[in-house]
Design a protein around this ligand. Sequence first.
Ligand code: FAD
Length: 286
Amino acid sequence: MIPAPFEYRRVSSLDEAAALLGQDDEAKALAGGMSLIPLLRLRMARASTLVDIGPLRGELAYVRREEEIVAIGALTRHHDVATSAVLREDVPLLAHVASLIGDPQVRHRGTIGGAVAHADPAGDMTTVLRTLDATIVVHGRDGRREIGVDELVVSFLETSLRPGELIAEVRIPVPPRKHGWAYTKFRRRAQDWATVAVAAIIERRDGEISRAAVGLVNMGPIPLRAAGVEAALAGADAGSIPRAAELAAEGTSPVSHLSADADFRRHLARVLTRRTVQEAFDRAAG
Ligand code: FAD
């Protein structure tokens, strides 16, 4: 449980962090340390240098509304996402999901940028951000680029970040005021990761579903949208929710594990999708 030796550098600017990370393929950013430190201690990951970006909290920990976008700095902790008045009002799904991550200690250390960069398919954040059509602002030595979560997360614990790039900000388009939302997380123990979880955003017009976004956690190596369910719900009414939910496991590739085999996860995806979409539908006005 002792990590391999590494150098430790605290930085005072994003550019300094990008330069250090760019010099060496084995350097890693350190944010809350909630995922990285256990991996280093178990020697499931190695780092030549840990580039501690904690001192950048003054610059990178914020939640702010910018016209039709809510911008969240990468070092914003899960607790601050869960309790943000802006998010509770404008993007309540995200605030709710942050409140379900781990335990209070994890929520007070772990950051949204770290959760996204860690790219764990069992993590809640990447799928929920994908469901919300969020984009990720990446800061590198050559400037900034903004990409979708689907472009960022490419495989199990793997992102498309290039050497010298860091996540600086998460940007979420504010859903219409009357939208409905729900998140159902099935887990074996309190405060655990999801065996499977489902996120839903529903917009209604004249009793029909005008837009549905449904995300699946832990149903494959990357965060997924249930495209078949979304298509079946578009223009439909509440009566069609059970039939649409039957499509939830289509195109997924859940792994079998001691805690849940793939068939059980597919079953969970269908059942949780039905319940979650119904709850979001009931919460939506219109
Ligand atoms: P770190 O551990 O510091 O870093 C994680 C990875 O991201 C590293 O590879 C690091 O180099 C990289 N990184 C960090 N910040 C950046 C950045 N800005 N730019 C580029 N790369 C970066 N998560 C859930 O979603 N749901 C749960 O229920 C849950 N339960 C947990 C329970 C426990 C007991 C623990 C220890 C963790 C749990 N987590 C859970 C994970 C938690 O959300 C972590 O906070 C998160 O995965 C990583 O955030 P961090 O700030 O601690 O990142």
